[in-house]
Ligand binder design. Structure first.
Ligand code: CO
Length: 133
């Protein structure tokens, strides 16, 4: 069911600063940027093979990324797994006993469809299922 790690979500205070740091330290290049208003985030995707590092900056104080940083500081926020069929993967997750953040798949960035599984039911890691456009 899991094709590969699509991306690792990394919550940061300031996107431009983090992008510059990833470029200087790791030579990582931005391949996509997007603001997702409903989630209150601005993201930059850095290419890592077939997958990405997804740098996330909050666009408002009540966004989940802002609350995450308030609690934990900057750091790894979630892991996105690429799947062929997010609806089927979500059904399996539900059947397997995961607590769902999203009852139905919903639009993610760059035209993907995504669904999140609650970290309390995933041994402490927020998990995202990602279906490519
Ligand atoms: Co993500």
């Amino acid at each position: 069911m899991l094709r590969c790690i699509d991306h690792v979500g990394h919550a940061v205070h300031d996107l431009d600063t983090a992008v510059a740091h990833y470029r200087d330290v790791l030579g990582a290049e931005v391949v996509h940027t997007e603001t997702i208003e409903r989630d209150g985030v601005r993201e930059a995707l850095l290419a890592v093979g077939d997958g990405f590092v997804q740098l996330l900056e909050a666009t408002r104080p009540d966004s989940p990324v802002a609350r995450f940083i308030e609690r934990n500081g900057e750091g790894v926020h979630h892991i996105g797994y690429r799947v062929d069929d997010v609806a089927a993967a979500l059904a399996q997750a539900r059947q397997g006993g995961a607590r769902l953040v999203d009852e139905e798949p919903r639009p993610g960035s760059r035209g993907t469809m995504v669904a999140f599984l609650h970290p309390k039911s995933m041994h402490g890691v927020l998990v995202e299922l990602v279906q490519e456009p």
